[in-house]
Design a protein around this ligand. Structure first.
Ligand SMILES: *Cc1c(COP(=O)(O)O)cnc(C)c1O
Length: 469
């Protein structure tokens, strides 16, 4: 499978290069040259498969030509062996037409594990095949960092450095990163904000010599392989509820649009998905877009669902690419307009095309607490604040009698215990494997916002030195 950049001016690459590269050289995002078509018969044949087998089948066209093609099934099976539910992503029925898909049974209790656990396997295998090593440096406000650390811990060919803003993540989130005892994992608390952490990482990537020196790489949400791995659970849910004969809808708590774009991919692969509810918190750039056809930038507001506190949804560019008939030049121009003016109007025809599949929804913090309380009262389920934004959207926008609606439960309630307790009076327990999290020893360095100090830290600890692989 070949991948092309959404901005049309970077070389087309195969899967392995896209995995290791992340962002394209023209600053676009990689997408498959065409979506693999899967027939109704083929989908039918996949219904009922164990998750890892389904995953290997769904993803196989995307990795065609990879150096690890022959090992792929085994890598997928290892990636999902550590999930703490035999179904990996179990479905729960809430009422006659509403379902929850629990995506939080991985090691860090959030849906990002579903993709990251596979990425860790793929990184090591591809690097081994190439005889290379990489150094991953990333910034996190919480969930991404821990999922990346769990995916990369103890990997032979990867060293990982994660920067978090000192004192500004939740305690569960911090401990999930800093209590990991692995020689290749390095946590750095930056004296500053999440934006300061991101600025530091950007400054590292801007230094080409340093990039080469340590073979710098990233695991951020624009990596195509993460989208690919997320397509699978849309297929799993749709097949379980009756696809290909019966159509379904999804509600997706959204930040960077990565998760919901994966659903769009499942739809392009022929699954009967009627539509997506794109559920946002107070950071509602997408809600405003679907209401008006124009994107406009505003500041970030901190909310009870912090993993959705974003200013711009970076993966939205992948959808724009299709809305602009896959003309990279037009997307590059549109993105430039957006950067320069903070506003992009995509025009009536494209907006209408987007509305055929997507609908926006917004919920503030008061609504989120009320929704957590309602779901607890009516169904006995404790849900986290991100998931609550989704179930509220499903209830508001999917009337009874519509196609079955599946809301993606993106985090375990115990990851955000304060909000859940405030809403219900019940403090959710961490699952047994994390019950001693608060007793585990933490290990992290503290640095000021200083890129030279960061480079020194990376040089000191990364196993790759000088030898540009
Ligand atoms: C990352 C995250 C989201 C948002 O996912 P996107 O792919 O950025 O849209 C939602 N909920 C939780 C719990 C997350 O960690």
């Amino acid at each position: 499978m070949e991948y092309v950049s959404t901005r049309g001016a970077a070389p087309a690459l195969g899967f392995d290069d896209v995995l290791l590269t992340g962002l394209a050289r023209d600053r676009g995002l990689y997408v498959p040259r065409s979506w693999p078509a899967v027939s109704g018969e083929d989908w039918k044949g996949m219904a009922g498969l164990p998750y890892a087998e389904l995953a290997a089948r769904v993803m196989r066209p995307f990795i065609a030509g990879s150096a690890v093609e022959s090992k792929f099934d085994a890598l997928v099976s290892q990636a999902y062996a550590g999930f703490r539910h035999p179904a990996v992503v179990p479905l729960k029925q809430l009422d006659s037409s509403q379902w929850l898909m629990e995506l939080f049974h991985g090691p860090t209790l959030a849906f990002k594990d579903v993709a990251m656990q596979l990425l860790g396997q793929l990184f090591d295998a591809v690097l081994e095949a190439r005889g290379q090593r990489i150094t991953i440096v990333g910034a996190t406000s919480g969930d991404t960092g821990s999922a990346a650390i769990e995916a990369c811990r103890d990997r032979e060919r990867v060293d990982i450095f994660i920067l978090h803003p000192k004192g500004r993540t939740s305690e569960v989130q911090r401990r999930q990163m800093t209590a990991v005892q692995a020689d290749n994992v390095h946590n750095l608390a930056v004296e500053g904000t999440f934006d300061d952490c991101q600025d530091l990482v950007k400054a590292l990537f801007a230094d080409q010599d340093f990039r080469d020196e340590v073979s710098l790489s990233a695991v951020n949400s624009i990596n195509w392989a993460r989208v690919m791995a997320q397509i699978v659970y849309y297929a799993a849910a749709a097949l379980a509820i009756g696809a290909p004969e019966r159509a379904v809808r999804f509600t997706v708590p959204t930040g960077n649009f990565g998760n919901v774009f994966a659903g769009y991919g499942a739809c392009q692969m022929g699954l009967p998905i009627e539509g997506f509810l794109v559920a946002s918190n107070a950071n509602d750039i997408l809600t405003r877009f679907f209401a008006s056809g124009a994107m406009s930038m505003e500041g970030v507001t901190p909310t009870l669902s912090p993993s959705m506190d974003i200013q711009i949804s970076s993966n939205f560019e992948r959808l724009l690419f299709d809305l602009y008939d896959r003309e990279g030049g037009a997307v590059a121009q549109a993105m430039k307009t957006f950067r320069d003016s903070g506003r992009l109007d995509i025009g009536q025809a494209r907006w209408r095309a987007a509305l055929e599949l997507f609908e926006g929804f917004r919920l503030d913090d008061a609504g989120t607490l009320a929704e957590i309380a309602r779901v607890w009262r009516e169904t006995g389920e404790l849900i986290d604040p991100h998931t609550a934004v989704g179930t509220a959207a499903a209830r508001a926008k999917a009337p009874k009698g519509a196609a079955p609606t599946i809301t993606l439960a993106t985090a375990h309630p115990a990851k955000f215990p304060d909000a859940v307790e405030q809403a219900t009076g019940v403090r959710p327990d961490l699952p047994p494997f994390l019950a001693d999290l608060y007793d585990r020893e933490e290990r992290y360095g503290v640095i000021p916002k200083d890129v030279e100090l960061l480079k020194a830290e990376v040089r000191k600890s990364a196993r790759i030195k000088g030898a540009a692989a």
